[in-house]
Design a protein around this ligand. Structure first.
Ligand code: ZN
Length: 342
């Protein structure tokens, strides 16, 4: 089968012919139709310090996908051949304290599909039955292919109640943009997003935020005044990983603010911890999706009218992956889809 392959430690990927996955008794084999390109895949391709510390090639990257079941293991009971599915990209041990308590997203032994084992940038991928998410027939395939990052956005946006609250989002990448849509959908008052990329800020404006602020030239406190806000944001989502984001959030939130942080800084950051204490601020780290409450929540919201489709801005055939990765790296795009079906 064709696969985008990480052969060696170091920069680069190659599209090459590799053997199809062999499945175990509790696994399924999926014919991949479409995949999303994630920031993680860019790290894998460029081979930065995170990649060097965490990855062990050879492997096939890719963890955002939709496809159809073509083979099931002997012990698989809930999934049948032909089903339209995506996969939860975190495979958990089922045995650690958190797993046994039902908090599987907090598993200490999590294995990442397309990170620590072969992923979906290929014509076929294999995952355990327990990680399969069954889609209804008729769902838009592009949307279905990005349920994994949509889940990151849902996990973040639903971490704290936002009904009637003012929400600040730092970072207008695909997950930040989707989180803005979700906050709006579930009843936030003002939704303000920041970035330094005008393409992404314009995309945010088209998705219905109250303000999209270019922090290289504008100040969030000015936006707050324009909106008539007096006491700071109630809730913030840190989606950028940039070292300036958390200090900026802390400067603009009110007493008792709640901050959900998904962006991964490249190195340790510093911020005003005294304000966290004296303003009684809650900070929560977000990694992946709650298994599987997040999946049920996003399925329900999508079926009841949550529209994140504007976040998908470009589609490429898998063979044109280089061009797609280059565009993703430029930042002048939303989510990019690779089509493996032809
Ligand atoms: Zn575990």
């Amino acid at each position: 089968m064709r696969a985008l392959f990480k052969a060696l430690r170091g920069p680069g990927l190659e599209l090459r012919d590799v053997p199809e996955p062999i499945i175990g008794e509790r696994d399924v084999k999926i014919k991949v139709l479409k995949t999303g390109i994630c920031g993680t895949d860019l790290h894998i391709e460029s081979w930065d310090s995170w990649a060097d510390a965490n990855l062990h090639p050879p492997f096939i990257p890719g963890h955002e996908f939709v496809g159809r079941i073509v083979e099931i293991g002997a012990d698989v009971t809930s999934i049948k051949i032909g089903d339209l599915v995506s996969g939860e990209g975190h495979i958990v041990c089922g045995l650690c304290r958190n797993c046994r308590a039902g908090r599987r997203h907090l598993c200490m032994n999590t294995i990442g599909v397309g990170v620590n084992r072969d992923g979906a940038f290929a014509e076929f991928v294999s995952i355990p039955e327990s990680n399969v998410w069954l889609h209804p027939e008729g769902i838009d395939l592009d949307l279905a292919s990005i349920f994994d990052p949509l889940g990151n956005a849902v996990h973040t946006a639903l971490s704290f109640p936002v009904v009637g609250e003012d929400v600040l989002i730092t970072g207008a990448g695909p997950i930040g943009l989707m989180a803005a849509s979700i906050a709006r959908f579930v009843g936030a008052r003002f939704v303000v997003i920041t970035d330094v990329n005008e393409y992404r800020l314009n995309l945010a404006r088209s998705m219905g935020v109250d303000a999209a602020v270019n922090i290289s030239t504008e100040d969030v406190s000015k936006t707050m005044k324009e909106l008539g806000m007096k006491e700071g944001f109630d809730v913030a989502f840190e989606m950028s990983g940039h070292k300036s984001a958390m200090p900026m959030i802390l400067a603009n939130v009110g007493h008792g603010a709640r901050i959900a942080a998904l962006g991964l800084p490249a190195e340790p950051i510093s911020f005003d911890w005294a304000k966290v204490v004296t303003h009684m601020i809650t900070i929560k780290g977000i990694y992946g999706r709650e298994m599987y409450e997040t999946w049920y929540s996003m399925n329900a919201m999508v079926r009841k009218g949550l529209d994140v489709s504007p976040v998908i801005t470009h589609k490429y055939a898998a063979n044109d992956w280089k061009e797609a990765f280059e565009l993703a790296r430029s930042g002048d795009c939303g989510k990019i889809i690779l089509d493996w079906s032809n």
